[in-house]
Write a protein that binds this ligand. Structure first.
Ligand code: PGA
Length: 308
């Protein structure tokens, strides 16, 4: 019998794991940080793998890293291998009737304030579960869903064309914020037109926040022309507090870390109603850990409690 180039003496699971991290992030630096390895060990392992397989897996053009055609093939094979290992682990865990293993969550940046409140008690109840908490904006989380990278996802406005199950998780009202010294601070039922001349700071296109704002504005015939686009809720809050403009953010982002020099304005037609969902592929067989977490979330029933 001929030995495959993936024979364990030549290419190890660890190398495949390292390769997958680099291939998914397209960055040796970020993969090394995530794996808690030195960049040089990541490069060495990739080099060994390329040598064993007889193909270059990556190519560098300018400052960017790309997968070669062979790299793409190896990535899809690697995902299949790890998914087979996951289901093996799952079956063994089921045989033992235990809840252990990894829980992979893809969560939008705004919900990163909410999900830890569920994870805290869950991890306490199931100390053997290792959680991987991947945070990104809505379009990136949907990309992760489409590539089947996580077990469960949290985001708003689930796309109707995907064969998914979306369980309502919690309300996510979007509110207008301004510096505390703003002349309209403290006034009731402000007309949005009164704010139309203010510099508007917005989350980036692709974020769920921006998506909800654009839909809401279209409904009322308002224009959304941000003076400044910022990808981080924290940086938006700091910019508003510093007097650079007004913004619309999830009220959850203000709950624990609102700078004192920032206020929510009481504007007519606000907050923009929005809701997060716990999303999974309808046909995906969830691991016992993910199934237990989904059940845990259902029982927490955040919607019936006032979270904001
Ligand atoms: P995001 O999250 O603005 O961080 O993308 C929005 C959402 O989907 O709730």
């Amino acid at each position: 019998m001929t030995k495959s180039r993936f024979h364990t003496r030549q290419t190890t699971f660890r190398q495949l794991e390292i390769f997958r991290e680099v291939a998914e992030r397209l960055s040796v630096t970020e993969a090394a940080r995530h794996l808690h390895l030195a960049q040089s060990s990541v490069s060495t392992q990739l080099g060994k793998m390329e040598q064993a397989l007889g193909y270059s897996l990556f190519e560098q053009i300018g400052k960017r890293l790309y997968l070669t055609e062979a790299g793409e093939e190896v990535l899809s094979g690697t995902r299949e291998i790890f998914s087979a290992l996951d289901s093996l682990e799952m079956r063994l865990a089921q045989m033992r009737g235990m809840t252990l293993g990894q829980l992979r969550l893809g969560v939008v940046t705004t919900a990163k304030y909410l999900v830890p409140r569920l994870l805290g008690p869950f991890c306490k109840a199931y100390p053997e579960v290792e959680v991987q908490f991947n945070i990104a904006n809505r379009s990136e989380v949907i990309r992760r869903l489409q590539e089947n990278l996580d077990d469960l996802y949290v985001f708003s406005q689930p796309p109707e064309q995907l064969d998914i199950l979306a369980i309502p998780l919690a309300d996510n009202p979007l509110v207008v914020i301004a510096p505390a010294r703003h002349p309209l601070a403290g006034q009731r039922a402000i007309n949005w037109e009164a704010l139309a001349g203010e510099p508007f700071i917005s989350r980036e296109s692709g974020s769920g926040t921006r998506h909800a704002i654009e839909e809401h504005f279209a409904r009322f015939g308002w224009h959304c022309s941000p003076r400044m686009t910022i990808e981080s809720n924290e940086a938006i809050k700091e910019s508003v507090a510093a007097g650079l403009g007004i913004s619309i953010v999830s009220r959850h982002t203000l709950l624990h870390t609102a700078p004192g020099n920032l206020v929510e304005l009481d504007v007519q037609q606000f907050p923009i109603p929005n809701r997060w969902y716990l999303v999974r592929w309808r046909t995906k067989r969830l691991s016992p850990v993910a199934e237990t977490f989904a059940q845990f979330v259902r029982e927490a029933d955040l919607l019936s409690k006032d979270n904001t």
